[in-house]
Design a protein around this ligand. Structure first.
Ligand SMILES: *Cc1c(COP(=O)(O)O)cnc(C)c1O
Length: 372
């Protein structure tokens, strides 16, 4: 079986996939209402929030768009904190809808500096909202969202967070950190196929909604909230993905969010140790910034990164990610979120060692992790 080690879509447990083979039901009937209610309540538990959590039939980028168009007006000044491709995407969406964007960008492989955000907010008192990526999947950096949220709240601004590849995997207590709008997608740490996006909305964000004038229709979150009260979604939902999410969330709630977070930490530690043992360098130099859901590995001098990925895929049945944007061809990305075991990581690293040897790169050592 293919060892799919990209940072989403992630593999799903068999029982989650089997749940999807159930017959369709009326999405305006009592059976769907019960699923919607249970799924929403379990999401609130895992988001660690009492805020509304609304579920959209969409990919993660749809959640990002919903988080922009429901709370802002054309001409609003926003700060977008960007540490990579997904931060830049947030800025692009804001611009597409007419917001005035100040980009606060940091070098690839580094996290955002809360002190610089503090200074930017002090210098721009007219800013309405701060948009930030919690876990930058393109570089394997996790921002210190707790510190960034404290700065945003100190200035009384709305926080809008892309937590697509972190929620349900990396610690993110939404209420304890005072976050207004936080979104994620089913195909990342949730062990579910792509198709659903989940967004939490605070009281303060609903107040901003009342003033917000950006155009919106399919992603109108107030419509989603109103229909939720009736046990429905405004439009036909991806019912099969709901079946899967229902089963996966029950499993995660049973495990407990702290244990889920600890499991991701443990597997990420194993991945990083294994990569370094292969004689490879991590893109993220500061250990405090390294993501527990995806590890970015620097392609060594003289090695053809995409050729190694191709060899892994074609001959070893391991699929890893490559670099995006400015990092194309310069890094590999190893996903370890959701349904991923120590054995999956050991297998990927052992095969990577073989592929690297075949392209003439000699790894520095062999140890417990990769010795196989
Ligand atoms: C995957 C991802 C997205 C985009 O999600 P899609 O489902 O591909 O639209 C956005 N932000 C982050 C941080 C992601 O990891």
């Amino acid at each position: 079986m293919t060892n799919l080690r990209i940072p989403g879509p992630t593999p799903c447990p068999d029982h989650v996939l089997q749940a999807m083979s159930r017959q369709m039901i009326n999405h305006r009937g009592p059976e769907f209402a019960a699923i919607l209610k249970r799924v929403t309540s379990n999401l609130q538990t895992l988001f660690q929030t009492k805020n509304d959590v609304l579920i959209l039939t969409s990919g993660g980028t749809g959640a990002m768009e919903a988080m922009v168009v429901n709370f802002l007006s054309p001409g609003d000044h926003v700060i977008v904190v960007s540490v990579g491709v997904f931060g830049d995407r947030f800025a692009q969406i804001c611009e597409a809808y007419g917001a005035r964007v100040t980009r606060l960008a940091f070098p690839l492989g580094e996290a955002a500096d809360p002190a610089q955000l503090d200074a930017a907010l002090a210098a721009n008192p007219d800013v309405k909202a701060v948009l930030v990526t919690h876990n930058e999947t393109s570089t394997g950096v996790t921002n210190d969202l707790e510190a960034l949220a404290a700065v945003i709240n100190k200035h009384g601004k709305l926080s809008i967070v892309d937590a697509i590849s972190s929620l349900g995997s990396i610690r993110l207590p939404v209420d304890a950190w005072g976050l207004d709008v936080v979104g994620t997608g089913s195909q990342k740490g949730w062990m579910v196929p792509p198709g659903l996006a989940m967004v939490s909305v605070s009281e303060r964000a609903w107040k901003a909604y009342e003033q917000a004038r950006m155009p919106r229709f399919y992603f109108d979150l107030k419509k989603a909230k109103d229909f939720f009260e009736k046990g429905q979604t405004p439009w036909t939902p991806a019912i099969s993905v709901f079946y899967a999410l229902d089963v996966a969330l029950q499993q995660l709630v049973e495990e407990g969010i702290d244990n889920v977070v600890a499991r991701h930490q443990r597997i990420a530690d194993l991945a990083r140790a294994g990569v370094e043992e292969l004689g490879l360098e991590l893109l993220v130099k500061n250990p405090a910034w390294r993501s527990n859901t995806v590890t970015a590995i620097v392609v060594p001098e003289g090695v053809d990164g995409p050729a190694v990925s191709k060899l892994l895929r074609e001959e070893y049945d391991v699929v890893i990610g490559g670099g995006q944007g400015a990092l194309t061809g310069k890094i590999w990305r190893l996903g370890h979120l959701g349904y991923c075991t120590e054995a999956d990581i050991e297998d990927a690293l052992a095969k990577m060692k073989l592929a690297l040897e075949r392209v003439g790169f000699s790894p520095s050592g062999v140890g417990a992790v990769t010795g196989g």
